[in-house]
Design a protein. Structure first.
Length: 318
């Protein structure tokens, strides 16, 4: 009887010891980080993280670029849960179930490791619009329902949802013009073919200085270091408004806890360094570096808040 009672305890000790030994020898080969196409926010952040953690881990960390959309998610889920395949990606992961059928469950199928970076959207308008701030812009949009066009890329992308959230909270109606690339949307905005956009700070900064575009507010909860002095949309006339692009590091669910902990520690160590802060800011992104628990909480908040926006607007990819 004594042996029977102790057997599960012994098995647990053996498994714990094996898991600890596995973590101590990890990594024994190169690690890959799956992300979106070359040149995008995920690609840039992935390369910075890869360069930052490789020395401490003693192995190469390779960036594996895939097409945007659900493809990086699908590739990651098909990979072994051994810590050698990571993914750095954005809202496609946690908002996927609201946008398409048969999307994986972000809280069940993935192990969140760290919220790596965030980038606010900047509400910019063509200077021909007779508005100087968010309050004037909302008043104009209400006076001209359906007359203002905004450009964006990707259904369910951060700029798209930023615009949808703005419309819902302000009680206004824009017309969405879809573009294959952010550059084409920006070109049409500068040319006056569309009247507004929610764009990245790095893409619009040069045009704000020349007066070809006018910024009305930043979408983050607080003013951004990327555009110092630009007030938030919330403070400028739409209280409670907040919308930013988030990028986080994931592993497939099932990776042993000691390995996840090791990865989390090294990723956070790098992201909290001055080197990471400077390099991320240089490409128009604010570094975060959260714990897995903090990242999970952020995802749940986004799923609740933006999931409602998606449902109410009837947004679907399929």
């Amino acid at each position: 009887m004594y042996k029977l009672i102790q057997r599960p305890f012994v098995i647990a000790l053996v498994l714990t010891a094996a898991s600890t030994a596995q973590a101590q020898s990890f990594p024994a080969k190169p690690i890959r980080i799956i992300t979106s196409g070359v040149g995008g926010a995920g690609d840039v952040a992935s390369r910075l993280v890869a360069q930052g953690i490789a020395p401490a881990l003693g192995q190469q960390v390779i960036v594996d670029n895939r097409a945007s959309g659900p493809i990086p998610v699908e590739v990651t889920l098909k990979s072994p849960a051994d810590g050698y395949t990571l993914m750095l990606y954005g809202s496609t992961v946690w908002l996927g179930p609201y946008l398409r059928a048969n999307a994986p469950d972000p809280l069940r199928d993935f192990a969140p490791i760290s919220l790596a970076a965030t980038a606010p959207n900047i509400l910019v308008v063509h200077p021909s619009l007779p508005v100087k701030n968010v309050k004037e812009f909302v008043a104009l949009a209400k006076a001209r329902p359906g007359a203002l066009n905004y450009g964006t890329t990707g259904i369910g992308s951060s700029p798209h949802l930023a615009a949808e959230l703005f419309q819902a909270m302000a009680g206004v109606q824009f017309v969405r013009i879809s573009y294959k690339g952010a550059g084409a949307a920006l070109t049409d905005l500068i040319g006056g073919q569309i009247q507004l956009s929610f764009a990245t700070a790095s893409s619009v900064s040069p045009h704000l200085k020349t007066g070809r575009l006018r910024a009305l507010g930043v979408s983050s909860a607080r003013e951004s270091i990327l555009l110092p002095g630009l007030t938030t949309i919330a403070a400028a006339g739409l209280p409670g408004y907040e919308s930013s692009s988030l990028q986080g590091v994931f592993a497939p669910a099932g990776v042993p806890a000691p390995i996840l902990q090791k990865l989390s520690q090294e990723i956070m160590r790098y992201l909290h360094s001055s080197d990471a802060r400077e390099k991320f800011l240089a490409v128009g992104v604010e570094v975060v570096g959260s714990t897995p628990e903090q990242f999970t909480a952020a995802m749940k908040t986004e799923m609740s808040r933006m999931g409602k926006v998606i449902r109410d607007a009837g947004i679907r990819e399929d």
